[in-house]
Design a protein around this ligand. Structure first.
Ligand code: AMP
Length: 287
């Protein structure tokens, strides 16, 4: 696997592939890779001649009191995993290469960012949209692979690509979970043993919400309070940031969900300083 840290050699490598008519899939990550990331890489490899992975802990998507400096990192381990997955190219930029002096443009995707994580992480999705747009401009892949675990991020980037005519296909890949249902996340390593035991409560609360939706409950307030209650019951050591039920396409807050549209049930909880998110999409047809 080749590793590049600068935009110039990155573009040159991709141009070489393009000249040979090869297709390119792209998987952006913040590193500390796990099976969730690897599932995206496998999908890209199955569908493309070449796969580019980026590792960049993007400062613009972290708030001033968030965990940028303590975000888990282990580059040697990541390199070994990427080599084993036969990744073709790792793009490992430094912050100065992505955000040179004088950088002053922002990218703001409205609508889909106003519910769920939007209010509790001001500026987060602007930071995500900015960095992914820059990476797409540098790499110009055929396909962008994203995890549905970060469902609001997926919808935000899908909207950005559509609104700005970015010539890339966006593919959302299913959430990979631990045996007990906890969604894999680089941040799970930060949980102590007691917190780790309680963390699957996030998923259980969302499944409780799913059962309610399936039984015909469409009041967003009722779903939110039932999911919070279910979480608190099985995770006394956790704190609820939100549980919400919104339409799965536009992620708009509504009083009553439409029976015609899939529902996105999403939650964010904290165990100590560790913030975990998860979601469950309930299709309209199975209700
Ligand atoms: P991150 O490194 O957390 O920024 O994630 C990089 C990409 O991997 C994003 O598209 C995530 O949605 C995706 N991802 C993270 N965790 C999982 C998971 N458990 N299952 C599937 N995809 C995931």
């Amino acid at each position: 696997m080749r590793t590049v840290t600068q935009a110039g050699p990155l573009r040159a490598a991709i141009k070489g592939w393009r000249n040979r008519g090869l297709t390119v899939g792209f998987v952006p990550t913040m590193g500390y890779l796990h099976e969730g990331h690897l599932s995206l890489i496998r999908r890209s490899r199955a569908e493309h001649d070449r796969t580019v992975v980026s590792i960049f802990v993007n400062p613009t998507q972290f708030g001033p009191r968030e965990d940028l400096s303590t975000y888990p990192r282990d580059l040697d381990r990541d390199l070994a995993l990427l080599t084993r997955q036969k990744t073709d190219l790792l793009y490992l930029p430094d912050a100065g290469d992505v955000y040179p002096e004088g950088h002053s443009t922002s990218v703001s995707v409205r609508g889909v960012t106003e519910s769920l994580c939007g209010p509790s992480r001001p500026g987060h999705f602007d930071g995500v949209a900015l960095v992914v747009l820059k990476l797409l401009n540098r790499i110009a892949p055929d396909t962008l692979y994203l995890g549905l675990k970060d469902y609001q991020q997926y919808r935000t980037l899908e909207r950005m690509v559509r609104d700005l005519d970015v010539p890339v296909r966006v593919v959302g890949c299913p959430t990979v979970r631990e045996k007990d249902g906890l969604a894999m996340s680089s941040r799970n390593i930060r949980l102590d043993a007691a917190q780790r035991r309680q963390a699957p409560a996030l998923r259980l609360a969302l499944l409780r919400g799913r059962d309610l939706v399936r039984s015909g409950v469409l009041s967003a307030a009722r779903l939110s309070s039932e999911m919070s209650r279910a979480f608190r019951r099985s995770a006394p050591g956790g704190r609820v940031e939100y549980f919400e039920a919104v339409g799965a396409e536009r992620l708009e807050r509504v009083v009553r969900l439409s029976p015609e549209e899939p529902v996105c049930l999403a939650g964010a909880v904290r165990f100590g300083r560790t913030r975990l998110i998860d979601n469950e999409i309930v299709p309209a047809r199975r209700r």
